[in-house]
Design a protein around this ligand. Structure first.
Ligand code: AMP
Length: 589
């Protein structure tokens, strides 16, 4: 039986996979990389370059490089590449041929047949062009399948159940969302929406603008106007962006990025995830609108979706996970590498065509969310028992994530880090897995002193929790060596007793300690800060006012406290305005 390889022929990146021992495996290039950038170029001597080498030369020699050819599949155009011009099929064939050779080297034998994936929105002409590209690369294309179908196949290779999946695919240059139905083993795309001009590249551009404007302010030089500096920075911001998927902040440092008055200039900037998220949120909101449109077209409500699957490198962005959870009411799945999922699904399809029994891919994941207890809005009131997730459920192991928290009062000298596992917003309903105290915080620091909490979970389920006071680097660690098994323990009480003896939990003493506060978005934070200063002022006025006025102030102040707990900037401002009017009137009186 001929081997049938599965190919994800992507706009930014491509990959190839095959079924081995009943499971899809990636076939990497000789450098070990499973991903091949979908870029074709000619070097100085006119030799063909496909992949990373072509991508590297793009900025310097765009006239000898072609990228994102997939956008032009099916069009009657010729793309210049050095002295000649080629059709999109011909350029795609160069990528396919490279993948074919990559597979042959990895397998050690010739390959003739392939399944190739295309976006669900591709029309017949675009599908035919893809098939033609396969022919030109000497591949018999046994099937062209939709990318979301491929993703569904990896998660549900032989589902007999009736299931509906939502596949959210955010790559480098494009976004697609599809609702897929599996019925008696037949997979059908019910609806599909997307934006062919939206992806991780846009996030890189936004970050680039931010970094360059900061540099312009500091040094009076616009790096965007210097091609070499720009291309170096573009790679640096992309790497920084990826780090922000894991870390709460990251440093971007590029030495000798430019020169001014004969002196070399260095670039150094700290990027915070919160600021980055604010920057990209409008773009992600567009994707959420597409999710709604796809559900609407499939005539389904969010709660009728059985599983949400993430595909594409940019779907690793934590804000994507949060927005989808908010919109769809269930945490998305990303346990199968979102960069490789589509190629693996194409291999599964190839295996099914070849009559191979394909099994489910098993990945070690965290079955429950891990996080800490902090102060924040819980059911509309400020509570010290808000559960703040750090490593989400379904995260593949090993996993590292960090978040920033804030001290709640001026001069707070210690903070309790209470680690829990579970899905409830109220930490008291989750399973405690350990706690410790970060003592010796800067006593001169005011409220809002930053504490970074990092979780590192290894393949054996050993969790290392590190808390660091950002300003002083004061650090404390705790290792919890059975963080996953504890939650699986059926008898909760038994587990609790075990934990209490392990960590010497002293409940009474800890109640005295101010826990940390959860991060707020900047607008809410500003509204809360204004409201707090108004509350201080109104207390002074109430003390001097007559009983009736004082009662009225107290009533509004109570409403304002509740609104602060609710965490809505709009509501806080609305009630603050009423209290302010009253204070203004009494002040004048
Ligand atoms: P794809 O087109 O699916 O290969 O996705 C490539 C895009 O995913 C690029 O814009 C990458 O910068 C982005 N990407 C890859 N890894 C991450 C990550 N860990 N966090 C955020 N974006 C990522």
């Amino acid at each position: 039986m001929d081997t049938i390889i599965g190919i994800d022929l992507g706009t930014t990146n491509s990959a190839v996979s095959v079924i081995r021992d009943g499971l899809p495996v990636m076939l990497p290039a000789t450098d070990g990389q499973p991903i091949l950038p979908s870029v074709v170029g000619l070097d100085g001597e006119g030799r063909l370059l496909v992949g990373q080498a072509a991508r590297n030369q793009y900025v310097l020699t765009p006239e000898r490089t072609v990228k994102s050819v997939k956008r032009q599949m099916g069009q009657d155009v010729k793309l210049p590449l050095g002295p000649q011009a080629y059709t999109p099929q011909e350029i795609s064939a160069m990528i396919l041929r490279t993948l074919k050779e990559q597979a042959e080297r990895a397998l050690g034998h010739p390959v003739r047949k392939a399944v190739i994936t295309v976006p669900a929105f591709f029309n017949e002409t675009q599908r035919e062009a893809t098939r033609a590209a396969g022919d030109l690369a000497d591949l018999e294309v046994v099937r062209i399948i939709n990318e979301p179908t491929a993703a569904a196949l990896v998660y549900e290779p032989r589902s007999d159940r009736h299931e509906r999946l939502l596949v959210y695919d955010l790559g480098g240059g494009t976004f697609d969302v599809s609702v897929v139905q599996i019925e008696q083993g037949v997979i059908e795309v019910l609806s599909s929406h997307g934006d062919t001009q939206l992806g991780g590249d846009d996030f890189d551009e936004l970050l680039l603008v931010w970094v360059c404007e900061d540099f312009l302010d500091k040094h009076g030089l616009d790096l965007r106007e210097l091609p070499t500096a720009r291309s170096r920075l573009l790679q640096a911001v992309e790497e920084a962006k990826k780090r922000l998927s894991v870390e709460a902040y990251t440093e971007l440092a590029e030495e000798f990025i430019a020169e001014k008055d004969g002196l070399p200039l260095n670039l150094k900037i700290t990027l915070e995830r919160r600021d980055y998220e604010e920057l990209i949120e409008p773009l992600l909101n567009k994707t959420v609108k597409c999710v709604d449109a796809a559900l609407h077209d499939a005539r389904l409500r969010a709660e009728q979706i059985d599983k949400v699957i993430l595909v594409g490198g940019s779907s690793r962005t934590p804000l994507v996970h949060r927005l989808l959870l908010e919109q769809l009411g269930q945490p998305p799945h990303f346990e199968i590498d979102p960069d490789l999922c589509v190629a693996m699904g194409a291999a599964v399809q190839g295996g099914l065509v070849a009559g191979i029994d394909v099994g489910a891919v098993l990945v070690d994941i965290t079955p429950h969310t891990l996080g800490i207890e902090c102060v924040g809005p819980l059911h509309g009131v400020v509570s010290p028992h808000l559960f703040s997730p750090i490593i989400e459920r379904n995260t593949p192991l090993p996993a590292t994530r960090s978040e920033i928290y804030y001290t709640g009062v001026d001069g707070q000298e210690k903070a309790q880090i209470h680690v829990l596992q579970g899905e409830d917003e109220d930490a008291r309903h989750n399973q405690s897995v350990g706690k410790f105290m970060l003592e010796g915080l800067d006593e001169d620091a005011t409220q809002g002193n930053e504490v970074l909490v990092r979780f590192e979970l290894n393949l054996d389920g050993i969790l290392t929790v590190t808390a660091v006071e950002r300003a002083t680097s004061l650090e404390k660690k705790l290792t919890i060596d059975n963080s996953l098994t504890q939650f699986r323990a059926k008898n909760r009480d038994e587990a609790k007793t075990k934990l209490a003896s392990m960590f010497g939990v002293v409940e009474a003493a800890e109640r005295e300690i101010q826990p940390l506060e959860q991060p707020q978005d900047a607008e809410v934070e500003a509204a809360i800060a204004e409201a707090r200063s108004l509350l201080d002022k109104s207390r002074k006025i109430a003390a001097a006012a007559n009983d009736e006025d004082a009662d009225e102030i107290r009533e509004f102040a109570g409403q304002l406290e509740a609104a602060i707990g609710g965490g809505s900037a709009e509501e806080i401002r609305e009630i603050a305005a009423k209290l302010e009017d009253l204070v203004f009137y009494l002040e004048d009186a």
